[in-house]
Design a protein around this ligand. Structure first.
Ligand SMILES: *[C@@H]1O[C@H](CO)[C@@H](O)[C@H](O)[C@H]1NC(C)=O
Ligand SMILES: *[C@@H]1O[C@H](CO)[C@@H](O)[C@H](O)[C@H]1NC(C)=O
Ligand SMILES: *[C@@H]1O[C@H](CO)[C@@H](O)[C@H](O)[C@H]1NC(C)=O
Ligand SMILES: *[C@@H]1O[C@H](CO)[C@@H](O)[C@H](O)[C@H]1NC(C)=O
Ligand SMILES: *[C@@H]1O[C@H](CO)[C@@H](O)[C@H](O)[C@H]1NC(C)=O
Ligand SMILES: *[C@@H]1O[C@H](CO)[C@@H](O)[C@H](O)[C@H]1NC(C)=O
Length: 360
């Protein structure tokens, strides 16, 4: 009985260990098969990708670990996007809202102040303004972009110091239209420690302009104590980025009466100083009457008659002195001086009347 039982026990032990080995074998085979399937799937997926992307994916991790900063800076540089300066979508309302000039950007609109944009600033998230293009006939061929100073676009030139970027719907030759484009910059300087621009960039409808009328140039020279320098873009493909830029595109729009007066007062004061005009009251007539005449279509039809009328009227008033001058043959400083002596100004309608603000 004992031998029978022991044989039986041994048989069970043997069988159970065989089962164990079979189980282990089965597990190993399953794992092997699974691994094979996985590797086949990966190979198949990889094969379905375009070769360029594969190379890119394979190189990316090494590159990043090499120098992640340099890699990201390069990507930022490549992502700078230039948009047309003049946006034709707004050609039916070029002066409304953001205007058709740099239409994607917002102005800083503090109540009573000139509406302006400043770069870099909080609203530009520290990005600089970059301008590109040399077109003088169609502003949609010139373009703008914002870029971080560490990742300026390829080929970019950095313009140091402060640059004033002016947009004018009219022109820089006309005294009035030119002055209304300059006044908000003067107001900005008044609010910012009288900071002077190193350079000016002038646009009309997004088209570049390289100069101003003589009178306006003199106004700027007098106000800032230096002649305005206009930036000339050298190359169609070389963007210029500005260390600091202030952009005006609404002329005096948004400026309160007080802010305008401040700016005009400053310009008048600076102009008199620039022209060495004595402030003593003795050099002035008691009542100065000035006939500021002009030639061309807007002149008086019978000038001698007009002059006679005012001469006669002036004579009837004690202390009245009359000065008859043509705006076109007075130098800038002669105009400043004449206006200082003027209490009553007589003139046909026209831009020469811009000199009004030079009166007391
Ligand atoms: C990584 O690249 C940046 C930008 O080019 C550079 O300033 C920096 O020194 C580089 N760092 C290393 C560890 O090479
Ligand atoms: C607007 O200008 C004011 C005064 O310079 C400044 O405090 C403010 O941050 C500016 N706002 C934006 C959006 O740039
Ligand atoms: C004003 O006076 C200064 C110093 O005497 C002189 O250098 C300058 O040329 C004068 N300006 C004008 C416009 O006469
Ligand atoms: C201008 O007016 C004067 C005075 O009324 C007159 O004598 C003269 O003929 C007029 N001249 C012209 C060109 O009409
Ligand atoms: C000023 O200009 C007018 C017309 O443009 C001319 O008739 C006159 O002689 C000039 N006067 C002087 C002082 O040059
Ligand atoms: C009129 O003003 C101009 C500019 O100040 C001056 O050159 C001219 O001598 C003045 N004429 C008279 C008659 O006062």
């Amino acid at each position: 009985m004992t031998t029978k039982a022991s044989v039986w026990r041994r048989l069970v032990t043997c069988l159970s260990s065989l089962k164990f080995y079979l189980n282990v074998l089965c597990l190993v085979v399953t794992v092997f098969v699974l691994l094979q399937i996985c590797s086949i799937q990966i190979t198949q997926r990889s094969l379905s990708l375009p070769p360029a992307l594969l190379t890119y994916l394979r190189h990316q991790p090494e590159h990043i670990s090499e120098n992640k900063t340099a890699y990201l800076v390069e990507k930022l540089r490549e992502s700078v996007t230039f948009l047309p300066l003049k946006d034709y979508r707004f050609s039916n309302k070029p002066l409304e809202g953001h205007t058709w000039f740099m239409s994607s950007l917002y102005d800083n609109q503090t109540k009573g102040e000139a509406q302006y944009q400043e770069f870099p600033s909080d609203s530009s998230k520290g990005r600089l303004l970059c301008l590109k293009g040399v077109d003088e006939h169609d502003g949609s061929w010139n373009s703008y972009a914002l870029a971080w100073p560490e990742a300026l676009p390829t080929n970019a030139v950095l313009q140091e110091g402060l640059t004033f970027v002016s947009y004018n719907q009219y022109d820089y030759g006309n005294l009035w239209h030119g002055l209304t484009a300059v006044v908000p910059f003067v107001a900005w300087s008044l609010r910012n420690q009288c900071e002077k621009p190193q350079k000016w960039v002038l646009y009309h409808w997004g088209e570049l302009r390289f100069g101003m009328g003589h009178w306006l140039s003199e106004i700027i020279t007098a106000t800032y104590g230096q002649q305005p320098k206009f930036l000339r873009f050298a190359d169609q493909d070389k963007p210029v980025c500005f260390e600091k830029a202030v952009v005006m595109r609404h002329n005096e729009g948004g400026m309160s009466r007080e802010r305008r007066m401040e700016a005009f007062d400053l310009i008048r004061c600076k102009a008199r100083n620039y022209c060495n005009i004595s402030s003593s009251e003795t050099s002035k007539p008691q009542i100065g009457m000035t006939l500021l005449l002009r030639t061309g279509a807007r002149s008086f039809r019978n000038e001698s008659m007009v002059i006679d009328v005012f001469k006669r009227e002036c004579k009837r008033v004690d202390g009245c002195e009359i000065n008859v001058s043509y705006s076109n043959n007075l130098t800038f400083c002669e105009q400043v001086e004449l206006m200082q002596k003027t209490d009553v100004l007589v003139s046909p309608h026209g831009a020469q009347l811009t000199n009004l603000f030079l009166m007391d």
